[in-house]
Design a protein around this ligand. Structure first.
Ligand code: ATP
Ligand code: MG
Length: 322
């Protein structure tokens, strides 16, 4: 069962000189009760994809085409009233820079109460307070945070407040954009464990955007690998990270240490991301790919099914040996 179905999504940032084509023909489903990790190096379009799906990129900043259906509503084109009814309540996002998203002049308590009341204006204060303390417990924040201002919190505490805010209404889909990266590993582990426990209870779909494939390996069922705005590979973690079919996924895997098995030398990926403000033909990874041939320079790789729930975008998938 699908929670959000993204089809042919393209995002073009408007800049003074040229458009930056930050997401290219992305089609992917976020499933119900899914845990999907979206990985890719810095600048590959992970945050852009999440922002576009929630329509958080104003039209003067970016042009978005394609669709993202949540039930019968296309989040990209539905009216603002419907969108506002879904955003935060059904689909919540924790931003990469959420530390900056709280107002500096109001106490955490007042901000959380007003956010709660946007969707449920008639709820009494005692009930909201109870929910806030329940969430503080969940993310391991002391009760005294309720009466503090954002500047009185550490970066990690702020991040935990943002996680609590995102869970206020028990969303169905939670998008975490590097949400726990700034936390120490113990707290990160604790929070992820709690959220994973919640998933079972609430049928929550979690999308984890991260650079760190080891976090995806340990906390997600599925993985989407992005490079320079394009999807490279999509499938079950147990398939994609064990036997990657795309040369980029293979390279990405080799650039992370393995927890098990023999120690092998880590290898970076030579070269850098292509310029997204110029026209790029063919495969986005071609300039760094040791398998690239003429066709890769000219033709966008089609989506190939390795199996029913495993897709790869590479002309040479199935021919790789290394
Ligand atoms: P990171 O892992 O560093 O967070 P990311 O994968 O989330 O990277 P995005 O932030 O989505 O990457 O950026 C994708 C591309 O879009 C990059 O080339 C970036 O420079 C460009 N970009 C992002 N925001 C804007 C903007 N407001 N205007 C123009 N270009 C932008
Ligand atoms: Mg990002």
């Amino acid at each position: 069962m699908t929670a959000i179905s993204i089809q042919d999504l393209n995002v073009y940032y408007r800049t003074a000189k040229k458009h930056v084509h930050a997401c290219r023909d992305i089609s992917l489903d976020i499933l119900k009760s899914d845990s999907l990790g979206i990985v890719g190096e810095s600048g590959s379009g992970k945050s852009t994809l999440a922002l576009a799906v929630l329509r958080l990129l104003p039209p003067n900043i970016a042009k978005v085409t394609g669709s993202a259906f949540y039930g019968k509503h296309d989040l990209i084109s539905t009216d603002i009233k419907t969108l506002n009814g879904l955003r935060w309540k059904e689909i919540a996002i924790i931003f990469q820079k959420s530390m900056n998203s709280l107002s500096p002049v109001h106490k955490i308590s007042n901000q959380m109460i007003s956010i709660y009341r946007v969707h449920e204006p008639d709820t009494d204060l005692a009930h909201i307070k109870e929910r806030i303390f329940e969430l503080f417990d969940l993310v391991n924040l002391p009760d005294r945070v309720y009466n503090l201002y954002p500047h009185e919190l550490s970066g990690g505490m702020m991040q935990r407040v943002s996680i609590a805010v995102s869970l206020l209404h028990n969303p169905k889909v939670l998008i975490m954009d590097e949400a726990t990266t700034a936390l120490d590993v113990v707290t990160q582990g604790q929070i992820l464990k709690e959220i994973i426990a919640l998933e079972g209870k609430l049928a929550l779909s979690r999308v984890m955007i991260t650079h760190d494939i080891s976090v995806v390996a340990s906390t997600c069922n599925r993985i989407a690998v992005m490079y320079a705005g394009a999807l490279m590979e999509l499938g079950q973690v147990k398939d994609v990270l064990v036997e990657p079919q795309h040369p980029y996924t293979r390279a990405l895997k080799r650039s992370f240490p393995s927890f098990r098995g023999e120690k092998t030398a880590l290898r970076g990926i030579p070269g850098k991301l292509p310029d997204l403000s110029v026209e790029n033909k063919g495969c986005m990874f071609k300039d760094r790919c040791s398998y690239a041939t003429e066709i890769c320079k000219e033709v966008i790789p089609p989506c190939k099914n390795v199996s029913n729930n495993w897709q790869v975008y590479c002309h040479h998938a199935g021919e790789l040996h290394d």
